[in-house]
Design a protein around this ligand. Structure first.
Ligand code: M6R
Length: 596
């Protein structure tokens, strides 16, 4: 999705700072980029394509100014053309605006502005904003009031940043789209996400909906929609700037796969007490839900399926919903706790589902990675998964940390008979993940099956969401056909697709009824000549029917689900690498999906 950067106080380095910030936002996905610098006049440079194309365009230009804004655009209104790239300007080129989100009333505003004589040069909803500012300036407002007046006309979701010629300030406002200020000793930054300025500061201020910020040589102020000053907390982000680099790995995805032992340790730190067999998740422990509804999308939905099983196992009715379905057809809530599982905390479908639940009077909880994210702020409670920043579009370490955090949530708010075994399995999890990272035969499997027609993944119980996740990861980064099924469903249709060129990955742990039934499904596949890759702890006899084995240590099935997924992440990663795919930024995808 789109990214915003703004800065004041970087002097001659303003332009470089903006472009650097944009490069740090590339992971969000984008199709065009641009910058604007302001002094006694405003100059812009923008084009469709990548940041390198912008750099090239800038190499022929001299842009001057010590305050500026920049943007990476993910098209929503109008195709990814130079004209549609941000920043957008007014009729005289005195104002420049960048915007994330969707202005729902843009058409009526545009009609009004065109009727008043304004000329538009793009198809975007954003362009109404500089023209509204222009009108307000012409009516005599000072730049700050002009921007405020323009913002007050907007309906929909937006994070907006603007500069005005002759005014050494950056103005910004948000509604339903994230914006954060970065505070350094002699410079102030503004961005849609911290990595954009993390190389300069770890001091941040999260803007809330309806707030307005002014950044200038004197520092920064945040005001509400009436213009009253809002006292904001300054937070310290705990990420090391190095964490947003690749640290020698070829891709962020591989780095993030390898960060999982640390991410899991962070998630569990201070929250489990093995001696007493208890979990401490702070005030959340008092939630005592009598029912739980999970809402989530994509990988987070697979984590939510795991979470719902945990609560059902504890005797608490629970169900996972795709957020995009829940938002438009909210089921009866009763007194259920509604849990939004969202790595970014900004996924529009998940936010809509949580808002629908709140409108119905439900208590809401965000299970998220991003402190200060919209989900965290809007929900009654937040449980942080503490995975650290995830830059690769494919969710990896955040999935593992979501599963761990959901186990903590279930253990901390309900009672299950085997809490001690689960806690001990969670304690062993980081070490077990490390063993798999060190020893997995995933790369070999990827080499053997890189040309397969399709990939199928099967599992039962806790391994069903992992089968779904294995397939999502495979299709997302390799662009190959992949599907995941509850193992028992295979014979109800998908078996027709199975051939000698469609490897089937079967997750089988333990030797209980579930495992034996999955082994039965493996035999059905084997009889149709499909190659079988068993991901197993060796307790059942699945290996007898498998062509390859990816080994798991013996552990609790809940932890085994996390471990099986590590092998599958590696298989997808290596397959995508062999196929030469754009692993960290797969085609057509964005890290943070902020439109419904
Ligand atoms: O930030 P969220 O967890 O809410 O994101 C939800 C999905 O968009 C996300 O998990 C997506 O499916 C990933 N790219 C999968 O790797």
């Amino acid at each position: 999705m789109c990214g915003i950067i703004g800065c004041v106080g970087r002097g001659d380095e303003t332009l470089d700072t903006l472009v650097h910030g944009l490069s740090k936002l590339e992971y969000r996905g984008y199709d065009s980029a641009g910058v604007a610098l302001s002094s006694d006049h405003v100059e812009i440079c923008k084009n469709s394509g990548k940041i390198d194309d912008l750099r090239e365009a800038l190499s022929d230009r001299t842009l001057s100014g010590s305050v500026g804004i920049g943007h990476t655009r993910w098209s929503t209104h109008g195709p990814p053309t130079d004209a549609n790239a941000h920043p957008h300007q007014d009729c005289h080129g005195d104002v420049a605006v960048v915007h994330n989100g969707i202005i729902e009333n843009y058409q009526s505003l545009r009609d009004e502005l065109v009727a008043a004589g304004h000329t538009f040069t793009s198809d975007t909803d954003t362009e109404v904003v500089p023209h509204l500012i222009e009108d307000a300036l012409e009516a005599g407002s000072d730049p700050e009031d002009a921007v405020r007046e323009a913002i007050s006309r907007l309906e929909g979701s937006y994070a907006v940043a603007a500069v005005v010629a002759g005014c050494d300030a950056v103005f910004a406002a948000r509604n339903d789209s994230p914006l954060v200020l970065g505070l350094a000793e002699d410079a102030t930054f503004l961005a849609s996400d911290v990595p954009a300025f993390r190389d300069f500061t770890d001091q941040v201020v999260y803007l809330a909906d309806g707030e307005f910020a002014r950044l200038d040589a004197d520092g920064w102020t945040v005001t509400d929609s009436d213009g009253s000053v809002v006292e904001k907390d300054v937070d310290t982000v705990e990420w090391d700037p190095e964490e947003t680099g690749k640290s020698g790995y070829e891709h962020y995805m591989l780095k993030e796969i390898h960060e999982q032992p640390r991410a899991l340790r962070q998630c569990l730190r201070g929250r489990v007490d093995e001696l007493s067999g208890t979990v401490d998740i702070g005030d959340l422990g008092d939630l005592s839900p009598t029912g739980v509804q999970f809402v989530a999308c994509g990988t987070s939905y697979h984590a939510a399926l795991h979470g719902a099983q945990l609560f059902r196992e504890a005797g608490i009715p629970s169900q996972a919903f795709l957020a995009s379905e829940y938002a438009t057809a909210t089921p009866p809530i009763g007194d259920a706790l509604v849990v939004g599982v969202t790595q970014s905390g900004e996924t529009a479908d998940t936010l809509s589902a949580l808002r629908a639940a709140r409108r119905r009077g439900a208590r809401t909880l965000a299970v998220t990675n991003v402190v200060g994210s919209t989900a965290a702020r809007e929900c009654d409670h937040a449980l942080y998964i503490r995975a650290g920043p995830e830059i690769g579009v494919a969710a990896t370490k955040t999935f593992a940390s979501q599963l761990a955090a959901l186990n903590l949530l279930a253990l901390g708010t309900s009672s299950t008979g085997d809490a001690r075994q689960v806690i001990s399995a969670l304690r062993d999890l980081p070490g077990h993940v490390q063993e798999i990272l060190d020893e997995s035969a995933a790369q070999e499997i990827a080499e053997i099956y890189q040309d397969a027609d399709a990939y199928f993944f099967i599992g039962r119980g806790y391994h069903e969401p992992v089968a779904l996740e294995g397939a999502l990861k495979m299709k997302e980064i390799t662009y190959k056909h992949a599907e995941g099924f509850a193992a028992g469903e295979l014979k109800h249709g998908p078996l027709a697709l199975v051939t000698e060129n469609t490897p089937v990955f079967a997750i089988v742990t333990g030797d209980d009824e579930r495992a034996r039934k999955t082994v039965g499904n493996v035999k059905e596949v084997e009889a149709r000549d499909a190659p079988v890759v068993a991901i197993t702890d060796g307790q059942s006899d699945v290996s007898r029917y498998a062509d390859h084995v990816l080994e798991l240590p013996e552990t609790h099935p809940r932890a085994a689900a996390v471990l099986a997924n590590i092998h599958l992440q590696l298989v997808s990663y290596h397959t995508a690498a062999l196929l030469g795919r754009n692993i960290d930024k797969p085609r057509n995808l964005a890290k943070s999906v902020t439109v419904e």
